[in-house]
Design a binder for this molecule. Structure first.
Ligand SMILES: [Fe+2]
Length: 246
């Protein structure tokens, strides 16, 4: 079977709230390998003024892990909390797009959405510069869940695509996230499923995708599952155009 590609994974040691030590990163690689992952984008947090993991820091940490990759392809990325001047920061090497290409993970603030005009300005600035914002786990965001069709509809129209967390689909984030992710899947509003893993331990969400893949395959068919866990994430890493079913 073709391997999974995980575009959102906090696997680098000591950079954020992911693994603290390299031994835990290696354990994550072993779990990922056994689960059928063939490629992982290492995406530590970038939060302005709090946790600014720059491109060079990420690549340096990645190089330290390459020897332990056990056949898994590793590439750099960042989990970017929405902030001002994203394009400028990308060009300055502060913000790391996935594999240095045109896709950038974009995380919303925890409980609220930024003012609409500000959010639109960020998306416009990114898309006009050729970057595609990949909104991370919208199904887990309380403000989006209240009107996911309306909000995701205009975010999509503004050029964003959507990444759902595997464990939302399987119910580990509770009934709300499972219900929203299920409804998003039905409406073609999911482009990529990723682990958002933070460690090898169960409570840190290990990099496992096969459970959610089987669930999507059973409910929606193999083609859809292959698109969200393999073909589209491969496009994000390799610079292709993701398929949009919305
Ligand atoms: Fe994350």
């Amino acid at each position: 079977m073709r391997a999974f590609t995980d575009i959102h994974c906090h696997i680098l040691p000591g950079l954020d709230d992911g693994p603290e030590r390299i031994e835990q990163s290696i354990q994550m690689l072993q779990l990922a390998k056994a689960d059928g992952l063939g490629c992982i984008a290492a995406t530590p947090h970038f939060k302005e003024g709090i946790c600014e993991n720059t491109g060079s820091r990420i690549k340096e940490a990645l190089a330290g892990l390459e020897n332990h990759a056990a056949g898994i392809r590793l590439c750099p990325g960042a989990d970017v909390r929405i902030c001002r001047n994203i394009v400028e920061r990308i060009r300055a090497g502060q913000i790391q797009p996935i594999n240095g290409g045109n896709y950038v993970l974009l995380e919303m603030p925890d409980f609220v959405l930024p003012p609409i005009e500000g959010l639109q300005r960020v998306l416009k600035e990114m898309t006009e510069a050729g970057y595609t914002p990949v909104i991370t786990h919208p199904e887990r965001h309380p403000a989006i869940a209240r009107d996911f069709e309306g909000i995701l509809g205009w975010l999509r129209a503004a050029g964003a695509i959507f990444q759902v967390t595997a464990q939302s689909i399987t119910g580990h984030f509770g009934k709300g996230a499972q219900k929203t992710s299920g409804a998003m899947l039905k409406k073609g509003l999911v482009h990529v499923v990723a682990s958002d893993a933070h460690g090898p331990e169960r409570h840190k969400r290990p990099p496992l995708l096969s459970g959610a893949y089987s669930y999507v395959k059973m409910k929606f068919g193999a083609d859809y599952a292959d698109l969200l866990f393999m073909a589209n994430p491969e496009c994000v890493v390799n610079g292709g155009q993701v398929e949009d079913l919305s």
